[in-house]
Design a protein around this ligand. Structure first.
Ligand SMILES: [Zn+2]
Ligand SMILES: [Zn+2]
Ligand SMILES: [Zn+2]
Ligand SMILES: [Zn+2]
Ligand SMILES: [Zn+2]
Ligand SMILES: [Zn+2]
Ligand SMILES: [Zn+2]
Ligand SMILES: [Zn+2]
Length: 292
């Protein structure tokens, strides 16, 4: 040990801890190279088109305007060290100059990142690397993705919920670089898209129409507004509403402000026709009435 490291002379030196000199060598150029997506000390050779890119996102962005195709990250076989320019098979340490081409390295995803503050980890169930710290996430088998431990036993599972496009911007959610939000109904969207939606005063899931977040307070405000707003006699009649949250129908007083489900107290309701089996003097033709 300690002599000049020629190309690959001890690239597979086993499980011994590296001596100090090697640690320093491995850190050379750390955090100084990369692209807007990752800090890393290598470029990848795209297996699909044989072209060289800083990372797979750079590849996908570049091809988006041409012969649109995406890289399969696991298929990357060759990288080029940014410090010594040596093209070589994927591995963490450059066989030529001995630097870590990524402080974090995943042998499955062929993924390099010097910025370990992100807390990268490989999820074997997802089959990809994620960020945020392994201790902060668990893999929900039914939803098919890693979720924050805060959601453990506290979310509605939706089969493969994350293997869908965001209902707002249509980007595929599963391997999106942006944060995601799980709605009360279990459907998912980008956190940023969710915040924009709420900013436009829309509080319901675009997929299933259920209330997307806890509205207890807002429903109480509506209760008070309705109590304070007496409808003129001509509008005092009853209508049937279908609740988007519990899917039950109820017969309620018509009110211009809103209609509250008598089963779950949600105002996320819409007027519906009288149900066929409702009691009262319904004649067969009543069922086709539109209430409004
Ligand atoms: Zn390609
Ligand atoms: Zn090198
Ligand atoms: Zn990985
Ligand atoms: Zn996972
Ligand atoms: Zn789940
Ligand atoms: Zn989105
Ligand atoms: Zn939903
Ligand atoms: Zn309801």
């Amino acid at each position: 040990m300690g002599g000049a490291h020629l190309a690959g002379d001890d690239a597979v030196s086993g499980v011994d801890a590296p001596c100090d000199g090697e640690v320093e060598r491995r850190d050379v150029g750390k955090m100084e190279h990369g692209c807007e997506h990752y800090r890393r000390r290598c470029k990848i050779v795209a297996p699909c088109c044989n072209q060289v890119f800083p990372c797979r996102h750079c590849h996908n962005e570049a091809t988006a305007s041409g012969d649109r195709h995406t890289i399969c990250r696991q298929d990357v076989e060759k990288v080029i060290c940014l410090l010594c320019d040596a093209e070589q098979p994927v591995s963490q340490v450059c066989v030529s100059c001995g630097v870590n081409m990524g402080q974090y390295y995943c042998d499955i995803c062929k993924f390099y990142d010097d910025d370990t503050e992100k807390g990268q980890y490989h999820c074997y169930d997802c089959g990809i690397c994620r960020v945020g710290g392994k201790e902060n996430f668990f893999h929900c088998v039914k939803c098919g993705s890693c979720y924050s431990v805060q959601l453990l036993d506290h979310h509605q599972c939706v089969e493969n919920s994350m293997k869908q496009n965001c209902p707002i911007c249509y980007e595929y959610l599963f391997d999106s670089l942006q944060g995601t939000r799980v709605l009360n109904c279990g459907h998912t969207m980008h956190l940023q898209c969710f915040e924009e939606m709420v900013g436009h005063n829309k509080y319901t899931c675009p997929i299933c129409s259920k209330t997307a977040l806890d509205m207890t307070h807002q429903w109480e405000v509506l209760d008070q507004e309705i109590e304070a707003t007496i409808m003129p006699p001509v509008y005092r009649y009853k209508i049937w509403v279908l609740c988007n949250d519990c899917n039950k129908v109820s017969e309620v007083n018509f009110h211009v402000i809103g209609h509250k489900c008598s089963h779950c107290n949600s105002y996320n309701t819409r007027s519906t026709s009288r149900p066929a089996d409702s009691s009262g003097s319904s004649s067969p033709t009543d069922s086709s009435d539109n209430n409004l």
